[in-house]
Design a protein around this ligand. Structure first.
Ligand code: DGJ
Length: 756
C-alpha cells in the first residue's frame, strides 16, 4: 500500500540551498539528511537510541525505513522488555554506548562517580538550522553564507548519569559530504569522567568493503595501502601527540572493486592534529562499524557539573563515481570551507627557501646572495629557515629563545627583512615554537615548562624537548616572543615546524586526575597560538611543517593553508608522496620545491625540468642555492617560474585526476583540468627506461569530449578520443624512449580549440 508520509521540511528553500535539506518525519521519527549526491537517514530507535537507516546514493525522502533495522533471531540479550527480538547487537547505531547490549566498539565511555561505566542515552529533542556553528577552540569547516549548508543537532541524555550527548551533523549543498562531531555535557550534579569521546560512528549493513589508509614515515609519507576488513578489527592510530607521518588521519572505506574511476567509497578526514584512532569492526552478524576521533588511550577528561566537551569534526565524503570524484569533493570543500587565510583560493607565492642550501651555516651576506639570485630568476618570496635565533648554530641549542642571533644577522630580522624587500621580494621566516633545547635561556629559566614524567629521564628527539602547551603561561610566553619579532619586521610568511613526537606526556605540577587531559590540551594550546598569531597578523601566509609531513592533516589546514609535504624533495619519491597525498588533500596544500641534484635524501639525480614538473603540482618553490647551478639550468629555472606564474591557478585549484599509480606502474600519470575544460596539463613520470618499448597510452579524464585539443601546440584530437583511447606517449612526436633516461617526466599542455 502506498505509504502517505507526514513530513516536516524545515531546511528546504528556493534558490541557493534547494539541492539539500534535512527532513524530520515526525510520525516515523526519521531524519533524512540529503543533497544531490547522497542521502543519510537516521532514526530514533524504539528504545530511544539513534539508529543508522541508510547512507549512500540519493534516495526518495518519503519512505519509511525504521522497520529495516535488523532484529535478532536468538539474541543473547534484548534491549526492550516487550520485544525480545530488538537487540543492539544487530541494530545499526549512530553513537553506540558502552555496557547496554551493544558489544561492539563504543563511541564513548563515561566513568561515573559510583564507578560505573554503563550508560545509555535516549533522544530528547533536536534542532535543525541553516548554516553551521563553530566548534569552540577546535578547527572545523565553516560556511561563508548560511545557504551553503544545513545542520542538525540531536540532543540525547543518559537520565541516570546526567550526561547529555548531542550528535551534530552538517550537510553541504555543493559537496557530497556530511560533517559530524559530538558534544558531551554533564547536566547532572556529580562529577563525570570521559574515558572515550569519539567524533563519529557509522554502522554499515554489510562488510563487503576494503580499507584504504595512507601510511609511511619520515621521507616517505602517505603511501596508499589497502587492507581487507571483512572480519574483526582494523585500525590505525597515532599516539605520538601529533597526527604523524606513519598513519595519516584520513581513511577511505570502499567497495572492493572501486578504483579511481568508478565505484562507491566513503572518505573520513579527521579535522584534528593530535592522537587519534580510526577503526572498523566487522562483526559476525555482517555489520561493519566505523568510528574515528581522539585516541581514547591516555585520554581522560573530567567533566564537572555544567561542563561540556566538544569532539573534533570528521568530514565524511561519499562517492558512487570512484576515488577521483571523492578526492575532488574533498579538495573543493577544504579550499572553500576549511582554509581561512588571505591566500584562500589565491595563487601561492613562488618561494625560495635556504634550508637545503645552507642549513644553519649562514650570515646576512650569504642569505642576501641567495635571495638576489632568486629575484633574478623571478621568485616572489624568500624564506629564511632554521638557525636565525638564540645560539642556534646546530640542533643542540637555541629552541625556545626567539630573539635574533646578531652574530649571523647584525641588523636583526627587521634589518634583513627590509633588505629582502628592497630586492623586490617578500620575506618569510621559520619557527619551531613548540620545542625547547636544554641549552637555551628558556629551559634554564623554566625547566618545569617541558613535558616530563616525575623522576624519569627526558627522552630527546633531535636534541630537543617538547614544551608543555597545555599550560597557558607557556603559550603566552612564546606568543610574546614571536610577537616581538614579527611586529618589528616585514614578514609575509611563516613556516611553523615541529620536529619530534611527544614522549613522557606529563604536565608538571598538575593534579593527578588532570594528567589524562594533557595530550588534548597540548594540541588545543597549539591551535590557540596559531589563532592568536593569525588574528594579530592576518596578512601572513602560514605553512605548517613537521619534519616534512608528520602533521599533515585537515586540522592544520584550518590555520595554515599550506603544509610542507615531505623533507624528501627527490622528484621521483615526490611523485609517490604527492600522489598518495592527493587522495585526501588539495594540491594547494602541498608544499613542493625543486631541490638540488643529486638529491640530499636519496642521492638520485634528475633533470631540473623533471624536478619542476613534479613540484608544479603544489605551492611550488626552490630549496637550493641558485648560484650553484649551471647557467643552462638557471635559464630553465627562469622559464619554469614564468610558466608557473601563467598556470599556477590551474595547478593549485584545477580539478586534479590520478591517472596511473606510481605504486603499480612503471609510468605513472596525473592531470589537472580547468573548470571550463578548455585547459588541462598532464604529467607522466617514468621510473625505468626500458629499451625498445612498445605502445604506451594513457586515458585522460575530465575533458570535454566534443572539443578538439592541441597537445603542446601540436596535434588536433577530440576529447572523446583522449579519454577513451588515450594520449599516446610514443607517437611520431613523442618517441621519448629514445632520449629518456630513468626517472624522467614529461608534461603535456592541452588547449581546447573548437567548440562544436
Ligand atoms: C625540518 C623541516 O622539514 C625542514 O624543511 C627544515 O625546516 C628543518 N626542519 C629545519 O630544522
Amino acid at each position: 500500500m502506498f505509504y502517505i508520509i507526514n513530513i516536516m521540511i524545515i531546511a528546504k528553500k528556493k534558490g541557493k540551498g534547494e539541492n539539500m535539506g534535512i527532513i524530520f518525519n515526525e510520525q516515523e521519527k526519521q531524519f533524512h539528511i540529503f543533497n544531490k549526491s547522497l542521502s543519510y537517514v537516521i532514526g530514533i530507535c524504539q528504545d530511544g537510541d539513534i539508529g543508522q537507516l541508510y547512507f549512500g546514493k540519493p534516495i526518495r525522502t518519503d519512505q519509511k525505513l525504521q522497520d529495516y533495522q535488523s532484529y535478532g533471531i536468538r539474541p543473547l540479550c534484548c534491549n526492550e522488555k516487550d520485544d525480545e527480538k530488538y537487540t543492539k547487537e544487530l541494530a545499526l547505531l549512530e553513537y553506540p554506548s558502552f555496557g547496554d547490549g551493544d558489544f561492539g566498539s563504543s563511541a564513548y565511555e563515561v566513568l561515573q562517580d559510583n564507578g560505573s561505566r554503563v550508560s545509555k542515552f535516549t533522544y530528547q529533542f533536536h534542532r535543525i538550522y541553516k548554516g553551521k556553528k563553530p566548534i569552540p577552540g577546535l578547527p572545523a569547516t565553516y560556511t561563508n553564507e548560511d545557504e551553503e549548508a544545513d545542520s542538525l543537532e540531536i540532543v540525547c541524555r543518559d537520565l541516570i548519569s546526567g550526561l547529555e550527548v548531542t550528535l551534530c551533523y552538517t550537510v553541504w549543498e555543493n559537496y557530497s559530504a556530511i560533517c559530524r562531531h559530538t558534544k558531551l555535557k554533564n547536566t547532572g550534579d556529580k562529577k563525570l569522567k570521559l574515558e572515550q569521546a569519539l567524533s563519529c560512528n557509522v554502522d554499515f549493513p554489510d562488510t563487503n568493503f576494503t580499507w584504504l589508509q595512507f601510511e609511511g614515515a619520515w621521507g616517505r609519507e602517505r603511501s596508499p595501502k589497502e587492507r581487507d576488513i571483512s572480519s574483526g578489527i582494523t585500525a590505525i592510530e597515532s599516539l605520538r601527540g601529533h597526527s604523524s607521518a606513519n598513519y595519516n588521519p584520513f581513511v577511505i572505506i570502499k567497495r572492493k572493486n572501486a578504483d579511481d574511476f568508478q565505484g562507491e567509497a566513503f572518505g573520513f578526514n579527521l579535522v584534528y592534529s593530535g592522537n587519534y584512532i580510526a577503526k572498523t569492526q566487522a562483526d559476525t552478524f555482517g555489520k561493519l562499524r566505523f568510528n574515528m576521533g581522539i585516541n581514547p588511550k591516555w585520554f581522560q577528561w573530567p567533566l564537572e557539573p555544567g561542563e561540556e566537551f566538544n569532539t573534533p569534526e570528521v568530514i565524511i565524503t561519499y562517492t558512487s563515481n570512484g576515488l577521483n570524484d571523492l578526492s575532488q569533493n574533498i579538495h573543493r570543500l577544504m579550499n572553500n570551507n576549511l582554509v581561512r587565510s588571505a591566500y584562500k583560493n589565491k595563487p601561492r607565492p613562488i618561494l625560495l627557501n635556504n634550508w637545503e642550501a645552507t642549513e644553519m651555516d649562514f650570515d646576512e651576506e650569504k642569505i642576501l646572495k641567495i635571495a638576489r639570485k632568486g629575484k633574478e630568476a623571478g621568485v616572489e618570496l624568500f624564506v629564511l629557515d632554521d638557525g636565525w635565533f638564540g645560539k642556534r648554530n646546530d640542533d643542540f641549542a637555541g629552541l625556545g629563545d626567539w630573539y635574533v642571533n646578531t652574530d649571523k644577522l647584525p641588523d636583526g630580522i627587521s634589518g634583513l627583512s627590509k633588505k629582502i624587500n628592497e630586492l623586490g621580494l617578500k620575506f618569510g621566516l621559520w619557527i619551531e615554537p613548540e620545542m625547547v633545547n636544554e641549552d637555551s635561556d628558556m629551559y634554564r629559566q623554566h625547566p618545569d615548562w617541558v613535558l616530563a614524567a616525575p623522576y624519569r629521564p627526558r627522552t630527546l628527539g633531535r636534541h630537543q624537548m617538547v614544551l608543555d602547551y597545555s599550560k597557558p603561561e607557556v603559550v603566552d610566553n612564546i606568543y610574546d616572543q614571536l610577537y616581538a619579532v614579527i611586529s618589528t619586521a616585514s614578514i609575509d610568511y611563516i613556516k611553523w615546524d615541529m620536529n619530534r613526537s611527544i614522549t613522557e606526556c606529563y604536565s608538571q605540577d598538575v593534579a593527578r586526575d588532570k594528567q589524562g587531559m594533557t595530550y588534548h590540551k597540548y594540541i588545543m594550546g597549539v591551535y590557540s597560538l596559531y589563532e592568536r598569531l593569525r588574528k594579530a597578523f592576518p596578512h601572513i601566509l602560514f605553512e605548517s611543517c613537521a619534519s616534512g609531513g608528520a602533521r599533515f592533516d585537515a586540522g592544520m589546514l584550518y590555520y595554515a593553508p599550506q603544509a610542507w609535504c615531505s623533507d624528501d624533495t627527490d622528484g621521483h619519491e615526490r611523485v609517490k608522496i604527492q600522489y598518495g597525498t592527493s587522495y585526501g588533500y588539495p594540491v594547494s596544500m602541498v608544499g613542493s620545491h625543486v631541490s638540488a641534484s643529486p638529491n640530499l635524501q636519496t642521492h638520485r639525480a634528475m633533470t631540473i625540468d623533471g624536478r619542476a614538473n613534479v613540484a608544479y603540482y603544489g605551492t611550488f618553490g626552490y630549496e637550493l642555492d641558485l648560484n650553484e647551478i649551471s647557467e643552462e639550468d638557471f635559464e630553465s629555472v627562469k622559464e619554469q617560474i614564468k610558466f608557473m606564474k601563467e598556470y599556477r591557478e590551474l595547478f593549485q585549484y584545477g580539478n586534479y585526476y590520478r591517472l596511473q599509480s606510481p605504486f603499480e606502474n612503471n609510468i605513472s600519470a596525473w592531470m589537472v583540468v580547468s573548470d571550463d575544460r578548455q585547459t588541462a596539463i598532464v604529467t607522466t613520470h617514468k621510473t625505468e627506461n626500458i629499451p625498445n618499448w612498445g605502445i604506451e597510452r594513457i586515458k585522460l579524464q575530465g575533458l570535454n569530449p566534443d572539443i578538439v585539443y592541441t597537445i603542446n601546440d601540436k596535434d588536433d584530437i577530440y576529447g572523446d578520443y583522449l579519454m577513451n583511447a588515450g594520449i599516446s606517449l610514443m607517437n611520431k612526436e613523442r618517441h621519448w624512449y629514445e632520449s629518456d633516461g630513468d626517472y624522467t617526466t614529461h608534461m603535456y599542455i592541452l588547449k581546447g580549440k573548437v567548440t562544436k
